[in-house]
Unconditional design. Sequence first.
Lengths: 659, 319
Amino acid sequence: MKAAYQLTRPALLWQLLMVVAVLLPHSLRLPWWLPLMTLGALGWRLWVHLGRTSFPHWSVKFMMAVTAGIGVIASIGRGNGPELAVALLFAGFSLKLLEIYKRRDALVLIYVAYFLAATELLFGQTLLHALYVALLIVLITAALNAVYQSERHPDFWRPLRASVRLALPALPLMVVLFVLMPRIGPIWYAPLAQEEARTGLSDTLSPGDVSRLTGSSEIVFRAEFDNGRSPPPSSLYWRGLTYDLFDGRRWEAEGRRTLSQSAQPLPPEPGALLRYRITQEPSGRSWVYALDYPVSAPWPLRLLANQTLRAPARIRQRVDFSLASRLSASSYQPLSAAQRERYLALPEQGNARAREMALSWRAQDSSTEALVARALALYAREFRYTLTPERLGDDSIDDFLFDTREGFCGHFASSLTFLLRAAGVPARIVGGYLGGEWNPYESYLVVRQFEAHAWTEVWYEGRGWVRVDPTAAVAPERIEQSAEQLLASQPGFLADTPLSPVRFGHIGWITTLRLRADALNFVWHRWVLSYQLRQGELLQKLFGDLALWKLALALLIPFSVVLGWVALGLLRQRRPRTKNPVDAALLRLSSKFERRGLGRRPGEPVGTYAQRVALARPDLAPMIGTVARLYVQLRYAEDAGPALQRAYLAAVRACLRQL
Amino acid sequence: MQVSSAINKQSVALRDKVELAVSNVGTLVLGKESQIRMALTCLFSQGHLLIEDLPGMGKTTLAHGLAQVLGLSFQRVQFTSDMLPADIVGVSIFDQSTSAFRFHPGPVFTQMLLADEINRTTPKTQSALLEAMEERQVTLDGQTHPLPEPFFVIATQNPNTQFGTFPLPESQLDRFLMRIELGYPAPEAERQLLTEGHSRSRRSPLPVCIDQDDLGAIRAECQAVRVSSSLIDYLQRLVQYTREAPQFAYGVSPRGSLALLQCARTWAYMHGRDYVVPEDLQALLEPVVGHRLRAAEQVGGHGSEALIRQMLEQVDVVG
């Protein structure tokens, strides 16, 4: 390598291409001026490449580096470790462009590019991210190849071809390593930037809230059932949290304070358990959704007194839990006096007409069953389900019950809970999701934001909490069908995401495509991102008991196969095998002789070779002489004839036998 | 069958004549049979021959002998540094009796021209000769004078490391089909030379072995020599090697590969075969290709023995 080696044109172009590809995904996250600076540096370097200008003076470069460093620190702040580090790297990487002139500079740039490509995975680990990083590695390797390309015959596409040829044999090795290598827990952890507040259920509920959620088709969680089938839609009540405190306008969720004691796990009772696995998307909240009613909490979750599950911290990345629920009923634990008081509490004032009606109902028949039946009958008779109801005034329950008489689950759950409490029956609102879309390709259920739902739970003495869904009385189709089908005709549905593929559910192939894409994403998560959860089980299944020697063998064999294959390819490249049977027979003969130190040298004609062999092995002289004579006749005199060829092949065989 | 045997008989007789010519010249130039065959191959292939060696190695004697056994008219030009083109191609002189220019042909108007020490003269004179070699005609004052048929040039040259020479440039070296070296004689040959010195000088000229009709027939037979596709493969591999391997400054031109194939045909004929084998190409590689190659590192000179050896060793005969 010469010291003053200058980059060839393809090498430089590959470098620039690599820089653009590496920086492209990062540039969306960084301060806006950084990508601009990169573009500037790129432009400058191209300009130098075209001979229009020269490299900047060292003082200019120094100034730019200092300015960029200060700028990055100022605009990102020192709190966000990884972002800051990546941004600084990014800035340096861009400015380094103005220095690539010699091979050594190019190598620095390439090695940093590998690192930057890897940091991409800090910010996202979807299938798309992984594919992009794989592409980047091929590209960067192409740039590396281009740097070492011969100066005499530079070619633009050759480095890429070489890079792909290098990457392909690595692929099976990667798979083997991924599957077999034991996982070590993370030794390094950096908190990433806070996820911005996401849509989703919140810890307060005012009747209008749920309609806000129907504007979004974002995925909340996915559920796989151990038996591979989805339960009937009418039992897909995904319970998230309960609301108990009403201030006249909004309901507040039961906090940690009132739920400090965990619930007893449900005793094993008749009624089959439904086992399933929830993969919840990051929500920024700590509650975990489970079907009515979860029986126990796997570590690290807690089962609270209101039969909901709670994670120890806010959920900021996809999490997986194995849960079990019993669809039939909750367990019966008598209410304490404090609990009873809480579930009966109402504001001192307001909504007088509703209170009055509740009291009049109670006067006629004070049994809980009768009160509930009466309220549901009222809803079924007089009310209308819509996502865009009229606005409610200060006495929201009164307005809803006596004036507007239209609304959706939030309105119904809220008013029913109010009425029951006013009539002296403990009640609370449960927030969660209802339904879900079944993905037939990977057999799981997807629950999206627009499936958000609120319903009421009523305390029956002697039976415990019983789910009463007033929406079912008004719009039974909401429970029986998917939310999507019901809501599609409503104006507010998916208002936030006009281009959401869910919107085009009536077009068959779009739905198919969407379900397929989601299935792929899910499989990616299950088998790649959270593979470590399944590794032990899978390896157990593959190899029985996990003996170390088996694991070592399983790692070694594919490695030897791939390396052997690569080596064979290299050997073949050196000496291409001929297809001609005449030549092939000769090569076979020669390779047999080679073991006795009598192999044919490449530049040795067959006649000369035969003479040499005849001198060394007089016993073989006549035979090898015949072979040579017939070979020359076949190959050069072109006395081609099947008989001649047969005679030749027979002579070769005779010679081989003699050996 | 009879026809073919008649042809065979004729070609056997022809080949005998060639063998006779070789042995006759061999009595003059002792112990140099392969060089004589090489020179004949060059002439039968209608090419010009460059003999490169030190003075006194028998270059001129060889040329003389060849002219005699082929029965060709012979001229010899000793090139010197003060020679002019007119000294070779001839000159037009004003004839007062006819009041017109008359062309006086130079020594080039002959069937076999021995251009002795061609690198002693100036490039201008060299190029005049080389032009005549290429065109087989001389153009002077707008008049074209064809050279006799056949026309052979045997040029001799001292290795150009010697003082006071003008080395031939690559483009002109390319005009020669072959370049051979004679080398020192073997001890026995030299002893014979030393002991028979007297009688040799008095010897009568060699008999003509191959007349002009024979020459035509030989050329036709050479053209009929078969070349198989696997031989062409080998030839192409050889040529490709010179174009790709880094030790070559440049590769063999298509003219070079054509020349190699043409010579190989003649060489095969001279060895009694009607097909070419790789050994033919290998034997001719140095004389035919050697002067057309240059090593990448070596700026001056055409020392190419090492390159040829590499080609012979590296390029696989069986492909």
